[in-house]
Write a protein that binds this ligand. Sequence first.
Ligand code: CMC
Length: 429
Amino acid sequence: MSDNIATLEVNGEKHEFPIIKGTENEIAIDIKKLRGATGGVITIDPGYKNTGSCESAITFLDGEKGVLRYRGYAIEDLAEKADFLEVAYLLIFGELPTSEQLEKFHKDIKKESVVDDDVKKILDAFPKSAHPMGVLASLTNALTAFNPSSVNVDSEEDMYKAIVKILGKFPVLVAWTMRKKQGLPLDYGDSSLGYVENVLKMMFKQPNEEYSLNPIVVNALDKLLILHADHEQNCSTSTVRIVGSSHAGLFASLAAGISALWGPLHGGANQAVLEMLEGIRQDGGDTKKYMAKAKDKSDPFRLMGFGHRVYKNFDPRATIIKVAADEVLGDLGVEDPILDIAKGLEQEALQDSYFVDRKLYPNVDFYSGIIYRAMGIPTEMFTVMFALGRLPGWISQWREMRLRKEPIGRPRQVYVGENHRNFKNISDR
Ligand code: CMC
C-alpha cells in the first residue's frame, strides 16, 4: 500500500485501487471498481466490521480514543452547552443555528405538530400489550398515508417541509404510544413550551391536574436526547440510508430505522439493561453470579449495556450519563438500588480480564435506563425515547444520502447453496 494506492493480487494478477482519506485521516481503500477490474471478484464482510458504506460529514467517532463529535463539535460541549433542538438543527443543516434560525425552526416545527385525528383510530386497533416500539414504527409509517406527497429532494424547501413535519409530529406519536398503554387521553401538547418541555407535558400531563415542569427532568431529558442524537453508520441509521436509497420517502425510511433500533443488541439494550438489573436485584443482588454467566460461553446471557462495535476504550456518552444518573437521582431524591448494582457490575467488569481483554466497557445504554426510570418513564418506553433522540440523526443521514445522490444500496453475496439440480416431480420426491 503506497500513500494513495493499494495493490491487491487476485489469481496472480495485481490490481491498484485508490486510497481515500477522511478529514480525520481515516483511510479507506476505494474498491468501487473491484468487480470490473477483476472479472467479478467481490469482498465479503458480514456485519460490515471493515466496510464503509458512505462518506459522511455529519458525525465523527474514534472508538479507540472515545471521541464523539457532531459536525466537528465535541459531544461533551454539546451536552453541556446546547439544547436538543439546536443539536437537531446542527446535525441536519451542518451549522449551529443563530437565535433567529432556531426560532424560525422551532416555529415551523410547532406549526406541524398536529397529527391527523384519524391516526388515533389506528392506535385504537393495537392491543394494550403491544410493545411501544412496534406501535411507534407502525404509526410513523402511517404518517406516509396521511401525508402522501413525496419529497422533491432537489428542492431545499420541500426537504425542509418534510423535516419540520416529522420533527413536529414524532413527539406526539411518542407520547400517544405511552398514554394509550396507560389508558390516558391523547393530547397535542402546548406550543408555548420548548421542544423537550412539550414532550414531557404531552407524556405526563394527567387529565385532572395542571402539569408543572421540573427543570431537573427537562435538563436530564435534553441531555439524554442530545447524547443519542447521532452515531454515524450504526444499524438503524444504515437501515434508514439503505431504505431511503431506493427513494422510499423520509417517513417510510424512518419507520424502518425504528424497527432496526428495537433490537436488544442496538437501542433495545436500554430496556434489556433495566430488566437485567432488576432481575439481578430480585435474585438477591449477586453481581458475581451474573458476571460468571456473562463469561460462560455455553450461557446465552450477555451483560447488557456492555461492549460496543466501535468503542474499544470507553463510550464518552456513558461517561456523561453516569454522572447525570447520580445528579438526577440525587436531585429528585430517588434512591434506586439498581444504581448500586449497576455500579457494582461496572466495577467488577473493569477489573475482570474477560472484559478487559475484549475491551468491553459500559455503553450509552448502561445508565440511561436508570435515569428514565427515575423520571417515571416505563421500561418498555426506553427505546422509544432513544428513537426520539435519534430522530435528527436519522433525518440528517437520510438528507445527506439523498443530496449526495447515492446509488441504491444493494450488497452482493457469496452463494454457498446447491449447484444446479434437475427438478423432481412431486411423486418422485
Ligand atoms: N457480555 C459478554 N460478552 C460480550 C458482550 C457482553 N455484553 N459483548 C461482547 N462480548 C464478547 C463476545 O462474546 C465476544 O467474545 P469472544 O471473542 O470470546 O467470542 C467478544 O466479546 C466480541 O463480541 P462481538 O459480539 O463479536 O462484538 P460486536 O462488535 O459484534 O458486538 C455488541 C457489539 C454491542 C452487539 C455487543 O457488545 C453486545 O451484544 N453488547 C450487549 C448489547 C448492548 O449493550 N448493546 C448496545 C450497544 S450501544 C447502543 C447502540 O448501539 O444502540
